[in-house]
Design a binder for this molecule. Structure first.
Ligand code: HEC
Ligand code: HEC
Ligand code: HEC
Ligand code: HEC
Ligand code: HEC
Ligand code: HEC
Ligand code: HEC
Ligand code: HEC
Length: 433
């Protein structure tokens, strides 16, 4: 009996092995390398840039017969004339993807390049980090460039970065799945002043996503991604209620908060520090949609976000979470205004001399670290750009450590440092004769 079973088992293995060989042989016939292509671009590029060509071969574009020349034109034909290849901008994608193009054009991403160039700091830093795309320009290559912007770029010797559609679904796979993965946002939404990747990935929302990926939660377990909250239902239009600078109009009813926000708007150079009247920078804020300027504009985005939360949470739970984040901004603004006023006092009594490139004898955040004023200006800028951002963004992204230690606590420490520095500067300052 025992022997019989073993024999039957061995027989089955033999049979399976024989079947396997037949299948493999058949595989040799069917799994031929992909049909020989006649397309000269691909023939040559399979040798010239094999990784790139393989990436394209694996794409839906390749399956749909969208070849290299569809995007790059056919003027370049040899290894020596590759500068004749067209580097396609977003309008080329729009020829076949008008809907996504139109959505993108209406969203905040479309303003990335223009808002970068609107800042005075941008024109003081090495071009490589801007037009060359190796610093600010590496993340701000978001937005359809105007003809003038393209000319400027070429004139400075920068030929690439003509397309922002390849920032989330990268070339040449142009994959939808890649863009649906939160890692597609990581390169840009991380770090110093907008660590959304770090906050989300170490929050319960992100943890769930990774645990689910590891197979330890059921596939149906909810785990919200950046895309779910910010680009829902496949839309390419993005915008948040507060926006990056964390200021908005009209001013809040709370008198202290309103006064603190005015102080911040002065340090952003949007209000004249002496008269309190709007400066030309307010126009730029409007054109570039840097802040919501009406109650309605703000509420529209807020209500849309609440709706997204209620896919999983109770409405009153979600609303309360977001309100707490707003309130946190009020506290953060109180600290921020004290910091700004302390440094502004040094400008006022002449301890810090107005830098030539400043419009006013007042701190100016839009010069980032190139304050031209003094070290205390850099400490103040860091308090705004690094710590205030974390203090409120940490609440919105459900991350306690960012909200407290990296945000609020660091702001408190900065204020201490600013007061200490101000005192020392006054004590050692020699008035000009
Ligand atoms: C005979 C070989 C050959 C053929 C045919 C060919 N390429 Fe190329 N191509 C190259 C090589 C080599 C380079 C890299 C040149 C360099 O970096 O100096 C290149 C570069 C490029 C670039 C980059 C251009 C840039 O500005 O850096 C693009 C885009 C491109 N090819 C697209 C195409 C398309 C589209 C076709 C077909 C219409 C094509 N190639 C046909 C060899 C070829
Ligand atoms: C759906 C449009 C599209 C198709 C199809 C396409 N490309 Fe591109 N390709 C782009 C875009 C967008 C860029 C980036 C342009 C820029 O930086 O300004 C690019 C850049 C390149 C570059 C320069 C960047 C690098 O990594 O060297 C090469 C070379 C290139 N493509 C070759 C090819 C080849 C070969 C094919 C066909 C196998 C192909 N492309 C098919 C859109 C496309
Ligand atoms: C000549 C037409 C054509 C052009 C030009 C074109 N595409 Fe496509 N693209 C298609 C077709 C066809 C499909 C497959 C069907 C669909 O999803 O619409 C596709 C699919 C896609 C997908 C979805 C892939 C997936 O995994 O589901 C993305 C993303 C994409 N294209 C991005 C781009 C970008 C970015 C550009 C410009 C650099 C571009 N396409 C240019 C025709 C085009
Ligand atoms: C190549 C860099 C880059 C990538 C990748 C990127 N973003 Fe952005 N994002 C930006 C820039 C730059 C801005 C600011 C645009 C501006 O100046 O108006 C921005 C703005 C936003 C805003 C609007 C914030 C506001 O002020 O209201 C949201 C929301 C957003 N991105 C979400 C995402 C999501 C989700 C992903 C991934 C699917 C993503 N982004 C991928 C660079 C990027
Ligand atoms: C790591 C990528 C990255 C770098 C580097 C970067 N930015 Fe940004 N920038 C972003 C993202 C992402 C946003 C949107 C963040 C948000 O809304 O929280 C943004 C927002 C902005 C905004 C506000 C846009 C708005 O509408 O609110 C301005 C202005 C700006 N950046 C300018 C700059 C300047 C100037 C530099 C270099 C000195 C720079 N950025 C460097 C990614 C980057
Ligand atoms: C901020 C990241 C981001 C940028 C930039 C971006 N996309 Fe997408 N794209 C996505 C995401 C996320 C999806 C998946 C949407 C979904 O879940 O249905 C997607 C999907 C697509 C699809 C597939 C649509 C479908 O349902 O099959 C196309 C086509 C596409 N994008 C074209 C574009 C074009 C054209 C541009 C430039 C104008 C662009 N994308 C820029 C994030 C981006
Ligand atoms: C559960 C939903 C949710 C997820 C997931 C999420 N966010 Fe947010 N995000 C928010 C909310 C809420 C705000 C604040 C909106 C407002 O201004 O009221 C926000 C704000 C932002 C802003 C603007 C920040 C600012 O400076 O005011 C950006 C940019 C952003 N998120 C990017 C991301 C990225 C990138 C990811 C993924 C790494 C992500 N978010 C994940 C809900 C989410
Ligand atoms: C796709 C489902 C989903 C969406 C959408 C979603 N969440 Fe969550 N959220 C969860 C899950 C799951 C958890 C972890 C389990 C729990 O604590 O309920 C969680 C946890 C939280 C927590 C932490 C609770 C704790 O005890 O620490 C807060 C706060 C929160 N979410 C707020 C929000 C807000 C605000 C939004 C909208 C901007 C939102 N969530 C959108 C699924 C979601």
């Amino acid at each position: 009996m025992e022997e019989k079973r073993i024999f039957a088992w061995k027989g089955r293995v033999l049979l399976l092995a024989m079947m396997g060989m037949v299948i493999m042989a058949a595989g040799q016939v069917f799994a031929e390398p992909p049909p020989k292509t006649e397309d000269p671009c691909i023939v040559c590029h399979l040798k010239a840039t094999p990784g790139l060509a393989a990436d394209w071969q694996a794409s839906l574009h390749s399956q749909e017969g969208i070849g290299c020349s569809e995007c790059h034109g056919d003027k370049h034909q040899t290894s020596k004339d590759s500068n004749l290849a067209r580097l396609p901008d977003e309008h080329v994608c729009a020829e076949c993807h008008q809907e996504q193009f139109d959505q993108f054009a209406k969203g905040k991403h479309n303003l990335g390049w223009s808002s970068l160039n609107a800042l005075p700091i941008t024109h003081m830093e090495p071009d490589i980090l801007m037009e060359g795309g190796k610093g600010c320009g590496g993340c701000h290559n978001m937005g359809i460039k105007s003809e003038a912007q393209k000319k400027d770029q070429l004139a400075k010797g920068y030929r690439y970065q003509n397309n922002s559609c390849d920032e989330c679904h990268t070339r040449h796979s142009f994959s939808k799945k890649e863009a649906q993965d939160p890692r597609a946002c990581e390169q840009c939404h991380m770090g110093y002043d907008h660590p959304q990747w770090e906050m989300w990935s170490s929050s319960k929302h992100g943890t769930r996503y990774f645990v689910k990926q590891g197979g330890n939660l059921p596939q149906k377990a909810p785990a919200p991604t950046c895309q779910l909250c910010h680009l829902p239902n496949g839309t390419h239009e993005n915008r948040t209620a507060w926006g990056f600078l964390g200021v908005r109009l009209p001013l809040p009813e709370d008198k202290q908060w309103a006064a603190d926000r005015v102080t911040i708007l002065k340090a952003l150079g949007v209000l004249d520090p002496e008269t309190g009247k709007p400066t030309p920078r307010l126009e730029a804020v409007k054109t570039l949609d840097l802040a919501r300027l009406t109650e309605e504009a703000w509420k529209t985005e807020r209500e849309a976000m609440v709706k997204r939360c209620t896919a999983c949470h109770a409405e009153q739970y979600a609303r309360r979470q977001l309100e707490m984040a707003d309130e946190m901004m009020k506290h953060a603004d109180r600290l921020m205004a004290q910091g700004i006023e302390t440094v502004a006092g040094l400008y006022k009594d002449g301890t810090i001399k107005k830098p030539d490139h400043y419009a006013f004898a007042y701190p100016d955040f839009l010069y980032f670290k190139q304050t031209g004023g003094s070290y205390i200006d850099q400490v103040l800028f860091r308090m705004y750009m690094k710590y205030r951002m974390r203090a409120y963004q940490g609440l919105f992204h459900v991350n306690p450590d960012y909200a407290y230690w990296y945000g609020w606590a660091a702001m408190t420490k900065s204020l201490g440092e600013i007061k200490e520095l101000a005192q020392a500067m006054r004590a050692t300052h020699k008035p000009a004769k």
